[in-house]
Write a protein that binds this ligand. Structure first.
Ligand SMILES: NC(=O)c1ccc[n+]([C@@H]2O[C@H](COP(=O)([O-])OP(=O)(O)OC[C@H]3O[C@@H](n4cnc5c(N)ncnc54)[C@H](OP(=O)(O)O)[C@@H]3O)[C@@H](O)[C@H]2O)c1
Length: 366
């Protein structure tokens, strides 16, 4: 039987790679729907090639796709807060989720995971680190610690001064991964890792003190877990998002699919690991702090950071301002514990407005 799948964000970096996986596994999947944001031409080409039952552009159609019980699984690969509501709709319709969109768990991890449990829905992570942990864990009760690897981004070996004067082009020149612009800038500041520890906290139910980050520039070890007895299990492989995407949409089965060559230990010259530099990458520390506060603290972190990243990409602020602006918004935020989805959306909107206002007053008009 073919697995019936829809892709939200089919025109993005994850979405297009997912379609490459599906192309290799044409006999395993039937595409119910494809959804993109603005790229009409690409969506039309995808529709022509993959013949989904329907496709849509923009946010409007997402609820329809996610309420369509014909779906066995939905890959949520859009960027930003728009992933949250459709994901919840899919969960409430009993549809499994392959989750790439980080913001869904960063904004509302408590609600999303509780609903997934209530409706008996699987949430399979697509992010390579969480996918690695998902593959390593056999008995979660025996695990002591999650170890999340970080490539360190383009500024790992650069000075703070270099980072302060970094151009958009330099921030987008990620040494290992080819991703959307927002996540690439987050990887340069290590905010991406910050969002990932929050994601990991919700996905696997670990306290923040039991989630470590280690810098590993080669991106071969995708993450690891440490069992109570000291045994460490790591998942390794070449840095390609095709592998975690395929894992997530075919879980629990595995197929050759997109695999192009076998992993060769002898071709890997060396593997390096180092502690993250919290002085140089203060966003990571901020993410731990906001994660520990919980409630709407992570909503604020995510919204302020995203607006600041957009301002950086627009040439309005410098790279290091992203941290300063996000920190200021987080310091001023009054956390709501156990927020409802409406409260989460309201905080998200308010923080975005305040962040934009702050940027316009203090940076753009100066
Ligand atoms: N790229 C990676 O390697 C990677 C790895 C791990 C996790 N992730 C996470 O996966 C998510 C997607 O990342 P990405 O790198 O693939 O981003 P991306 O390349 O920017 O793609 C974003 C996708 O979302 C769609 N979209 C934007 N606004 C929309 C709207 N209003 N309604 C419907 N769709 C909309 C875009 O459509 P248009 O292009 O048509 O506007 C595009 O298809 C993010 O949350 C990211 O953190 C990505």
């Amino acid at each position: 039987m073919k697995r019936k799948i829809s892709i939200i964000g089919s025109t993005g970096s994850i979405g297009t790679q997912a379609l490459e996986v599906i192309e290799k596994l044409r006999d395993k999947f039937e595409i119910i729907a494809l959804a993109g944001g603005h790229n009409k031409e690409l969506l039309a080409k995808q529709a022509e090639k993959f013949k989904p039952r329907y496709n849509c552009l923009g946010e409007e159609g997402l609820e329809k796709i996610c309420s369509d019980k014909e779906n066995d699984i939905i890959l949520v690969a859009c960027s930003g807060k728009i992933g949250l509501k459709p994901t919840l709709t899919a969960i409430r319709n009993g549809i499994d989720i392959a989750l790439a969109n980080k913001e869904t768990l960063v904004m509302a991890g408590d609600i999303v995971m509780a609903e997934a449990e209530k409706y008996g829905v699987n949430i399979i992570p697509v992010d390579s680190e969480h996918c690695a942990i998902h593959q390593c864990i056999k008995d979660i009760n025996q695990v002591d610690k999650l170890i999340i690897t970080a490539s360190g981004g383009p500024f790992l070996k650069k000075s703070v001064e270099d980072m302060k004067n970094a151009t958009v082009e330099q921030a987008l020149a990620h040494p290992r991964w080819n991703m959307g612009k927002k996540i690439t800038v987050d990887s340069a500041t290590l905010m991406n890792k910050g969002l990932e520890i929050i994601e990991a906290h919700h996905l696997f139910g670990f306290d923040y003190d039991n989630i470590d980050v280690v810098v590993h520039p080669q991106s071969i070890v995708h993450s690891a877990i440490e069992y109570k007895d000291g045994s460490v299990i790591a998942q390794i492989g070449l840095p390609s998002m095709h592998i975690p995407i395929q894992y997530a949409i075919t879980y629990p089965e595995r197929f050759e699919g997109i695999k192009s060559k076998s992993f060769s230990f002898s071709e890997i010259a060396r593997l390096d690991f180092e502690k993250p530099d919290y002085e140089k990458f203060p966003t990571l520390k901020l993410a731990y702090e906001m994660g520990k506060l919980g409630g709407t603290a992570t909503v604020c972190l995510n919204a302020a950071n995203e607006e600041a990243v957009f301002a950086f990409l627009d040439g309005k602020i410098k790279l290091y301002d992203i941290y300063k602006i996000t920190k200021k918004m987080c310091d001023e935020h009054k956390v709501i514990k156990n927020p409802t989805i409406d409260e989460i959306m309201a905080v998200d909107k308010e923080v975005r407005e305040q962040t934009q206002q702050f940027i316009n007053l203090n940076f753009v008009l100066k």
